[in-house]
Design a protein around this ligand. Structure first.
Ligand SMILES: Cc1ncc(COP(=O)(O)O)c(C=O)c1O
Length: 338
């Protein structure tokens, strides 16, 4: 495969196959392989009108041993089931999810980037209501599909500090809404504020709690964490998507002998953090250089703004080391595809 692996960016790119499965008459049908990257669906499909959809994002990594690894794919399967329950989609069984993911990666294995390029194969499972309804009610038919594409880092800076803009005039999720689920509506709700942050030169928007605007929620499509006094601190909030990367970093921080706290994080506490980062499958860890609170006229800076701090660097190297197979997988997080 002849691609410029080091400069892929995070964009859609055609690969050879996707895997699909349709839910009809109360049951999931046979898994099918397709070479078509289009779908033909009814114009009244509930995913089109009422946002009845959920997606996932995970990656396949090629190791120095040339083997392909998935990172905690069962966590994505369970999160999709939780999302499905939350907005009344048919639930894809965990085995269907995992088999479809493995199959589509193996079918497109030539697109799994070579070891050492920093690129990975991004896997996008999607679950949509494909039956027509004109009243607001759940579809009777669903399509689950998985497609893949090789990608570089989500934030173009890669593993370099990025700057974030605190958003005070917009919320991505309501306190008792769907922020904890991976459903399309949350992302639609974030587009204008993220685009505003981009236009002002920031990597993304940092959201605060919707009630008091006092506590940190999320950083665009990533969870926030801060490091102070040998402690890994990350916000607890019902409107945050529970990140699999964050969950893994908490385990790693604990294994380094650090304390781990998941609790409300007041915005002003940013001044006390020695290091701060945004984490997620796509972003991996993006160290944060600066958080700007325009309305409060405050700027919070971390480190020298050019180099990631020592704790974040250690977390990053350990996480990516396990994902690539360079480090022993002592937590049983990876699944090797043969
Ligand atoms: C809103 C949001 N927060 C956090 C994350 C990070 O989650 P994960 O580490 O499971 O990719 C994502 C990406 O999935 C996201 O979309």
């Amino acid at each position: 495969m002849d691609l410029d692996w080091k400069n892929l960016g995070f964009t859609v790119r055609k690969t050879d196959y996707n895997v699909r499965c349709v839910y009809q008459d109360g049951k999931w049908g046979a898994r099918e392989t397709s070479t078509d990257d289009h779908l033909s669906i009814h114009i009244g499909a509930t995913c089109l009108h009422y946002g009845q959809e959920s997606f996932e994002g995970l990656k396949a990594y090629r190791g120095a041993d040339n083997r392909i690894r998935l990172f905690r794919p069962w966590e994505n399967a369970r999160r999709m089931i939780r999302s499905a329950r939350g907005i009344l989609l048919a639930e894809p069984p965990e085995e269907l999810f995992l088999e479809a993911v493995e199959k589509v990666v193996l079918l497109n294995s030539k697109y799994v980037p070579p070891y050492g390029t920093g690129a990975t194969l991004y896997i996008r499972p999607l679950l949509i209501g494909t039956g027509p309804e004109v009243g607001v009610r759940p579809s009777k038919e669903y399509t689950f599909l998985v497609f893949v594409m090789p990608v570089g880092p989500y934030f173009k800076e890669g593993f370099k500090p990025v700057n974030m803009l605190i958003c005070r005039d917009h919320d991505r999720a309501a306190p008792l809404g769907t922020g904890h689920l991976k459903v399309g509506g949350n992302y639609a709700a974030s587009m204008s504020s993220v685009s505003d942050a981009h236009e002002k030169g920031y990597a993304t928007a940092m959201y605060l709690d919707a009630i008091e605007k006092k506590y940190i929620d999320e950083c665009g499509p990533a969870n926030f964490f801060g490091i102070r006094d040998n402690t890994y601190i990350t916000p607890a909030s019902r409107s945050i998507l529970p990140s699999i990367t964050n969950k893994s970093l908490q385990v790693l921080a604990d294994s380094f002998g650090m304390k781990v706290e998941q609790r409300k994080v007041p915005v002003e506490e940013l001044a006390q953090f020695e290091e701060a980062g945004a984490c997620g499958t796509a972003a991996v860890i993006s160290p944060i250089g600066k958080v700007v609170d325009e309305e409060m006229d405050r700027v919070y800076s971390f480190g020298d703004g050019v180099n990631p701090g020592p704790v974040i660097t250690r977390l990053y190297q350990t996480l990516t080391g396990i994902q690539n197979g360079d480090l022993e997988d002592t937590f049983d997080w990876t699944k090797i595809l043969e």
